[in-house]
Ligand binder design. Structure first.
Ligand SMILES: *Cc1c(COP(=O)(O)O)cnc(C)c1O
Length: 414
């Protein structure tokens, strides 16, 4: 808050497409999709209309003992898309993580393995910041202060391709990291409930991208040692990596998938944890104590579900994944001319691009952010990593503006 003495908050009055507009009519290109939630731009007519229609029918009813049409339809659609047939709803990503962790532990307890009480995650992972989710998160700035409050968890080496040896391919490095998991689980599987990963991209950890080979191997290893695999697709789900879900690129089915962020196109808070029939059945019992006693007041909110249904419909109507390939080709062609820039690890996966700026300035992140905003571009570097995660509707002239502004600012701030 104190930093705002020098850097006042930016009050936004309205928004349309990729543009945010302040009260003085100044516009800002939303290059981070309002923290990765917005898919089809602001003020999207079809999502607005769906919410508005739902508003005339039913805004909300509790899901305990009751149900409603949007939540049934959404569950059926998500079940088909993910291959995991059971949905548990909450309102934010961290809660989806909590639900997966609790459900995994409880599954093992119900199945006669009460000693499986621990979790594995990756180095540099991010799964949210409530106390359970923070325990499997590995970003020091979020975690260190609260360390005394957190359950112990173990971090496996990150398969982030930037960490590969100089003469090693991303795939070879991913396989090497998976071997470490195998070695660890061969000794400790009896006490491990689940391994939670962000498939293909560790976003909050600095857009670390890795080979799908890692997910393939880790799926095999988790099955072999009876450890659940939790895919946290909160950031990468809904087309961000090029496929609807990142796990598809590794052709794996996790035991849990956590979804949120883009699920409503950026309109309303909603999250869901999906799981398998096998896990569902372990709770299906007359004994209440064997059931999954976890609830949130706004679970399965009808307005949020209607926004999610409209979002899924747009994917079909507009053939979004195919259209995004054209956008990707355009951006990639522009970035291919950036050879002489002071950057390294220029990388791309689906609708996310990132590079690391070579600089000795300790103020790069702050300088870049401030100057970009003053030029009408919203980007938030993570350390020296600059990334683009624009709404899918960004057009060529908007891309030109985003890239040329970034290029000159990298040179000015490095
Ligand atoms: C954002 C994010 C979360 C947390 O979601 P919130 O809605 O902010 O609680 C969890 N996991 C990943 C991978 C995320 O990117």
């Amino acid at each position: 808050m104190k930093a705002h003495e020098h850097l006042p908050l930016l009050p936004i009055a309205r928004a349309k497409g990729v543009w945010l507009e302040d009260f003085d009519g100044r516009k800002y290109l939303d290059g981070v999709s309002s923290w990765w939630v917005n898919l089809f731009g602001h003020n999207e007519p079809r999502i607005k209309a769906a919410i508005s229609r739902q508003l005339d029918q039913l805004e909300h009813v509790m899901l305990a003992g009751f149900t409603h049409e949007p939540v049934v339809q959404l569950s059926e659609k998500l079940g088909r898309l993910t291959g995991l047939g059971h949905c548990f709803y909450a309102s934010d990503g961290a809660s989806a993580t909590e639900i997966a962790l609790k459900m995994s532990f409880h599954y093992w307890r119900n199945s006669g393995f009460p000693n499986k009480t621990k979790f594995l995650s990756l180095q540099n992972s991010y799964h949210g910041e409530t106390i359970g989710a923070l325990a499997v998160t590995d970003v020091a700035i979020f975690k260190d202060t609260y360390a005394p409050l957190l359950q112990q968890s173990m971090q496996m080496p990150s398969p982030d391709a930037r960490l590969a040896d100089a003469d090693e391919t991303a795939e070879a490095y991913a396989v090497r990291c998976a071997e470490f998991v195998e070695k660890y689980l061969s000794h400790h599987h009896a006490e491990i409930a689940a391994f939670i990963v962000e498939p293909l991209i560790q976003c909050a950890g600095g857009m670390g991208m890795y080979s799908p080979v890692y997910l393939k191997r880790v799926r095999e290893i988790c099955s072999k040692y009876q450890v659940h695999l939790i895919a946290d697709e909160i950031a990468v789900g809904f087309g961000r990596t090029g496929s609807m879900f990142a796990c598809e690129q590794a052709e794996i089915k996790p035991d849990f998938i956590c979804l949120s962020k883009g699920i409503t196109g950026g309109y309303l808070p909603l999250s869901v944890t999906l799981t398998t029939d096998e896990i569902y059945q372990a709770f299906y019992d007359d004994s209440v104590a064997r059931g999954f006693l976890h609830s949130h007041s706004y679970t399965g909110n009808a307005l949020a579900c209607s926004a999610a249904l409209a979002t899924l419909e747009i994917f079909e109507q507009d053939q979004v994944l195919m259209k995004n390939q054209k956008t990707q080709a355009y951006i990639n062609a522009q970035l291919a001319t950036w050879g002489d820039m002071p950057i390294k690890h220029l990388r791309h996966q689906g609708m996310i691009w990132a590079f690391d700026v070579i600089t000795s300035s300790s103020k790069f992140q702050q300088d870049f952010y401030q100057q970009a905003v003053s030029q009408g571009l919203l980007l938030r570097p993570i350390g020296n990593t600059v990334y683009f995660m624009p709404p899918y509707v960004i057009n060529e002239s908007e891309i030109d503006f985003m890239l040329s502004t970034t290029k000159s600012l990298v040179l000015a701030c490095a």
